[in-house]
Design a protein around this ligand. Sequence first.
Ligand SMILES: *[C@@H]1O[C@H](CO)[C@@H](O)[C@H](O)[C@H]1NC(C)=O
Length: 179
Amino acid sequence: MVPRFFVSARLRSSLKGCFAGCFVFVGANIYFGSERFYEEYIMPTLRYIDAEKVHNLSIQMVKYGFVPRMKSIDEPILHSTVWNRQFKNPIGLAAGFDKNGEAIDGLGKFGFGFIEIGTITPQPQPGNEKPRVFRLTEDRAVINRYGFNNDGYEAVRARLIDYRQRNSANKDKNKTRNK
Ligand SMILES: *[C@@H]1O[C@H](CO)[C@@H](O)[C@H](O)[C@H]1NC(C)=O
């Protein structure tokens, strides 16, 4: 026999209200990117999911702009020049996170001085067998043996060209708007 649960209509409607409320609360926080919300709710929850899946998911989230809104600072004292290139600060994102250059726009919102994508190989390749990403929870670290899985030079090059075009188009728009 299937157990049945009798829930009064009143309780049911208040439960519905509660779910709707939670949904709106979670949605709004993800959308508006409260940094604390990511830290206290999103990150601890993600720990229960396979590390590589979370890596992929986080790339997708960043790609579509679901990023904690950081108070990124632009202090003249941090401006750096290396090899004739100007950086607004010396802290950058190392290769290995955005291996295929998919999330560059979103990563820009974190306030990094630079973003290194890749590693890219001339041809696409699948990398090592799974599992290949491991959490070191106690050390608050992750270790990976991806084996340079990536979409290959041509695909990533096309994405970079796209990124550059998008950004110069935006700059032009600002110029005409501000004159
Ligand atoms: C993560 O994404 C890559 C492609 O970008 C794919 O090859 C890999 O299988 C995905 N991993 C998981 C665990 O879904």
